[in-house]
Ligand binder design. Structure first.
Ligand code: NAD
Ligand code: WQD
Length: 341
């Protein structure tokens, strides 16, 4: 049987590499487009060790229209694109907004242009729970009104969703699925691929792992006076492998005839506070996390978690990996990268 080809932009990165594994395991042929600005080719070796298959790799910047044209012409037989390629550091986006608009929206617009020109029908886009801002009601459904984004990074997701919706209206041959991720954590259970944060991590999970490994002295817990049951912020932490599998389900849903723009929350439906996550990590790994309570971090949403029922009803997907396994995989990965440094 001829394998169907999927273009995965940003496929060398954290979510893209796990999704490539899921796609290859599901029988797709993957071509990764990445400029390696926040990743390296080691992830490709990890994918090969897990699946036995090396995805095709194109070293390319999605904002380079001429190069994108050349690559899409070469892969005009692709049936779909999963667009991960983006910069994602919220703080950096406040300092360098134009870098974020140019990279995240310029890249997306080139992808849409190429899909239109080469008649590639299916797009899956990495959106984010950040588009909900501070929600009035929990859990958030896909119909919860979007709030003004609190950072240029968040804006690129809101604007990206709108750009895709407008393009789908104008191009009847294109259908798209927007996946709003909650907080992806963990690594592949094999320990072959995982998240490689650059410098000091901004996100909680890699910071917990580095504090556990002694790479960081102490985790600062940002605020204990929120209006939540234990006073700590609440998030919906979703296993990276569950998240990766949702992309396969989304692609199949498009292939089965879904039209227009489809939107899905990808979360577990369960909120965990920062302190609950620390305690769960300690229990899952037996390692104590040195931590101290500090003041709130500007811009943090007190609590957000998903209603992910639509994904279950329509995609037949739900998060299944238990939190303790996710935390154990994150720790296994951290130990491996600490050793290799
Ligand atoms: P990542 O940085 O690990 O992966 C992104 C990949 O895209 C990297 O390999 C990077 O080199 C590449 N890239 C960036 N700009 C590019 C460009 N112009 N051309 C080609 N390649 C480019 O990040 P991730 O966590 O895997 O995130 C993937 C997507 O999911 C992003 O769009 C991100 O905004 C979104 N997202 C992530 C999270 C999260 O918490 N990780 C949450 C919600 C949404
Ligand atoms: C989680 C909780 C922090 C670090 C961000 C982006 C969002 C999305 C994912 C892409 C919060 C607390 C954190 C630390 C802490 N990315 N924390 N000490 O803020 O939900 O989302 O990443 O779209 O756009 O905003 O995730 O992991 O940064 O924080 O106490 O050292 O952990 O206050 O409550 P967040 P996070």
């Amino acid at each position: 049987m001829v394998q169907q080809k999927i273009i995965v932009t940003g496929g060398a990165g954290y979510i893209g590499s796990h999704t490539t594994v899921a796609l290859q395991n599901a029988g797709y042929r993957v071509v990764i487009l990445d400029n390696l600005s926040n990743s390296d080719k080691d992830s490709m070796d990890g994918i090969v060790r897990i699946t036995g298959v090396r995805p095709e790799f194109e070293h390319i910047d999605c904002t380079d229209r001429t190069a994108m044209h050349r690559i899409f012409e070469r892969h005009r037989d692709a049936i779909g694109v999963i667009h991960f390629a983006a910069l994602k550091a919220v703080g950096e986006s406040v300092e360098k907004p134009l870098l974020y608009y140019r990279n995240n929206l310029g890249g997306l617009m080139n992808v849409l242009d190429m899909m239109t020109e080469f008649k590639i029908p299916y797009l899956v886009f990495s959106s984010s729970a950040t588009v909900y801002g501070v929600p009035d009601k929990l859990p958030v459904t896909e119909d919860t009104p979007l709030q003004p984004a609190t950072s240029p990074y968040g804006q690129t997701k809101v604007m990206g969703e709108n750009i895709i919706a407008d393009t789908v209206v104008a191009n009847s041959g294109l259908s798209a699925t927007l996946l709003r991720y909650f907080n992806p954590i963990g690594a592949h259970p094999s320990g072959e691929i995982g998240e490689r944060p650059n410098g000091v991590p901004n996100n909680l999970m890699p910071y917990i792992c580095q504090a556990a490994a002694g790479v960081r002295e102490c985790l600062c817990v940002f605020g204990d006076d929120y209006d939540t049951p234990d006073g700590f912020c609440i998030r919906d932490y979703i296993d990276i492998n569950d998240l990766a599998n949702a992309h396969v389900a989304a692609m199949r849903h498009l292939q089965s005839g879904a039209t227009g723009v489809n939107v899905f929350n990808l979360g577990t439906g369960c909120g965990q506070s920062v302190m609950q996550l620390i305690r769960a990590f300690e229990k899952a790994t037996g390692v104590t996390i040195p931590h101290k309570i500090t003041s709130r971090r500007a811009g943090d949403v007190p609590a957000i978690y998903a209603n992910a029922c639509r994904a279950e009803q329509i995609l037949g997907w739900r998060a299944v990996v238990p939190l303790h396994e996710t935390l154990a995989s994150a720790w296994r990965w951290q130990q491996k990268i600490t050793k290799s440094k």
